[in-house]
Design a binder for this molecule. Sequence first.
Ligand code: ATP
Length: 306
Amino acid sequence: LMQLSIPLNFIGFVYREIRQAITDIEQMFDLLDVAPEVTDRPGAKPLKVTQGHVRFDNVVFAYETDRPILKGVTFDIPAGRTVAVVGPSGAGKSTISRLLFRFYDVREGAILIDGQDVRDVTQESLRAAIGMVPQDTVLFNDTIAYNIRYGRPDASQEDVRRAAELAQIADFIESLPQGYDTVVGERGLKLSGGEKQRVAIARTILKAPPILILDEATSALDTHTEQEIQAALDQVSRGRTTLVIAHRLSTVIGADEIIVLRDGRIAERGTHGALLAAGGLYADMWNRQREATEAEERLRRAREQD
Ligand code: ATP
């Protein structure tokens, strides 16, 4: 029996590793729409993040040649600051985050991190420097602890707990009968969108990358969940260069700069207050969204009273 159990253990180990690798790749492709066409240049060097300054310098990009998505976009995210990108659906907001990750190469212009063109550095070092909180997190069919620790596999139990606390998900986890050992994912406990996102935030807090991309959820969350997530996001982005991809506008209020994309160009830019005062595209989007949110809240309250 001993002789049999060792190979079985080993097969279990191999199976787990392969399954994990497949999940990783699937997750990357699913979430980030990756075309596996970008490769390291010969002699590519590891990215050296000294400050964490990000620059998009006259970036032109198209997925298909005859359909330009970005037509010359220039902006800076100074080290440690937060820039939010907003704009109508399909304007190219998520495309900006895919380009920063270098899942695609720009057609013209350049993307620089501390002066280094992302095309000149190794992809491994680039992706290690950037943390992503996606709008839809796919969790591994494993424990919550495993899912959080994935951000830094050598993290201690205490580190995992601390990250969960900062991400505003610790109380929820501790209320489960099996706590951090609860199996989640498709074959385990199904978490809500907001819970999954907070697990992803805890994971990113552990990874502690110098540069962060927050892809804000498209789906409407109730006000309470949204506040909890906002608090978690504030924790994770503190002191990090942060790019917020805002499909809704709730996370952009505190951004150092808001960039409004329209038809592949920057139509407006400024702080929340300045853009509201300007009464342009952003102010329109803001007012429309506020009306929609208020209507949703009224509906929810009406339903709760039934
Ligand atoms: P939303 O707020 O609705 O998520 P977005 O501003 O993030 O929109 P992107 O996802 O950046 O928009 O997409 C910009 C445009 O590029 C869209 O018209 C989309 O159809 C197109 N697009 C996105 N991914 C691809 C792809 N892999 N191949 C071809 N076109 C794509």
